[in-house]
Ligand binder design. Structure first.
Ligand SMILES: Cc1cc2nc3c(=O)[nH]c(=O)nc-3n(C[C@H](O)[C@H](O)[C@H](O)COP(=O)(O)O)c2cc1C
Length: 419
């Protein structure tokens, strides 16, 4: 069977580059204006993206004075974006650690109804240490406990989405029968973390359940993805590690009794694209020049669970010993390994490392012509590294529009002039 390449648009701030929000080429709309998201979604739909994706974190970032660290709640955004589009898939992030499965099953079930079957959930366990302080204040839940709770959570939501049969709603006005109770069943779940009676208080959604997306990269995270995910996001700075991840996840999916081709693997790619390579690189430098290394230093500290990097000079080559042992990091462990591997391989200074991470936080960053980027995409797709890409435009909307064919009409855009 012919394989199909999948492209997802990852919407983040005014672009994925840390300084995009300051760049004159990025959107003038406030990041709290729903027209910004509706407009991007319509552009993505016109450019034939499979889906769009909104990430989420459950605490305000410490660098808000120099970086836009506020965003609208993603499931709420999906509802508004669903009403402004008709084909593009809609992926929002929600945490298994800090919400109840009954809430989540209702929310994504509702989005699936509102969008006529386009809802998808990016399942996260929330690695950010400060999030714990907003939910009960008992401190960071360990990596192992987060995934154990996540497994129980998945059992509950899947059972809730299955608690209504497709034909449960009769809506018979003549005989006065709205629903057949023999087609709706309780779930009576009693797990280690959740006791949930069910059934859901919402008829079965068009897809049966939302598409499930996941981005675990640790051993536990990969097994979780192999069991549950239809699509997997992942971050790589080199093709070799992407190939290793791809092969491992397909193997794990097969071990779970699933068809490997049913688990799509989408590495992140942040390309700066222009008519010539020199122009693409000039644009990349122009955005990089707007970064502040101290913002990057704070963000790096967050990645390593709050580790203090304030003593490290900016211009001495780094060594792995400058970082805490990834095995002891309770946050996003795999990304810390990506960073330390880069340090081991390239020996960058802190300034250089922060410059690279400013591009897309540890995902693959590149600059080139449309042909060069298309060749890159094709190479990873053909060579066992990807089933498609999680496209992370460094500047929005300009670096999304480069994916539209010249002949594409302008989308019936929401008004994009700021108030
Ligand atoms: C593209 C991508 C998007 C992610 N989005 C989020 C997010 O929105 N919120 C979050 O808490 N974690 C997010 N993560 C982190 C993952 O859920 C996961 O915690 C991380 O990749 C580390 O894997 P591990 O938890 O198995 O160590 C994302 C990861 C990737 C690669």
């Amino acid at each position: 069977m012919k394989r199909q390449l999948h492209l997802n648009l990852f919407i983040h701030s005014r672009g994925h580059h840390e300084a995009s929000w300051r760049h004159r080429g990025s959107s003038p709309l406030p990041l709290t204006d729903i027209r910004y998201y509706q407009d991007l979604a319509q552009r993505a739909e016109t450019a034939l993206f499979d889906s769009l994706f909104l990430a989420d974190q459950l605490a305000l970032g410490g660098d808000v004075s120099q970086a836009p660290r506020t965003w609208l709640e993603p499931i709420t955004v999906l509802a508004a974006v669903a009403a402004a589009t008709s084909r593009v898939g809609l992926i929002a992030t929600a945490s298994t650690t800090y919400t109840e499965p009954f809430n989540l099953a209702r929310q994504f079930g509702s989005i699936d109804h509102i969008s006529n079957g386009r809802a998808a959930w990016n399942i996260v366990t929330s690695w950010l240490a400060t999030a714990a302080e907003n939910y009960g204040g008992t401190g960071q839940v360990s990596h192992a406990d987060r995934y154990a709770r996540g497994e129980d959570f998945m059992e509950v939501v899947k059972a809730l989405w299955d608690s209504w049969a497709t034909d449960a709603v009769v809506d018979d006005r003549t005989d006065g029968i709205y629903a057949r109770t023999d087609r709706i069943r309780a779930i009576n779940h009693r797990g280690d973390f959740y006791h949930v009676a069910g059934p859901l208080n919402l008829p079965r959604c068009p897809q049966g359940r939302p598409v499930l997306v996941q981005a675990g990269s640790s051993d536990t995270g990969r097994r979780f993805a192999a069991r549950h995910a239809d699509a997997v996001f992942t971050a790589h700075m080199a093709k070799a590690t992407a190939q290793e991840f791809y092969a491992d996840l397909k193997r794990l999916a097969a071990a779970e009794g699933r068809l490997p081709e049913h688990v799509l693997i989408l590495p992140g790619l942040s390309p700066m694209i222009a008519a010539t390579e020199a122009e693409a690189q000039r644009l990349a430098r122009e955005v990089n020049d707007l970064t502040d290394p101290e913002v990057g230093r704070k963000r790096l500290s967050g990645r390593f669970g709050g580790h203090d990097f304030s003593h490290l000079p900016l211009d001495r080559p780094l060594v792995p010993e400058d970082f805490p042992d990834p095995g002891l990091v309770q946050a996003a462990r795999s990304r810390t390994e990506v960073i330390i591997n880069l340090v081991r391989r390239d020996k960058p200074t802190l300034r250089q490392l922060l410059g690279y991470l400013a591009g897309a936080r540890g995902h693959y960053v590149t600059a080139g012509t449309p042909d060069q980027i298309a060749d890159f995409i094709e190479d990873w797709f053909q060579d066992g590294a990807a089933d498609g890409f999680n496209i992370m435009p460094p500047l929005l909307p300009a670096q999304l529009d480069v994916f539209r064919a010249r002949s594409d009409p302008d989308p019936p855009a929401a008004e994009v002039v700021p108030d």
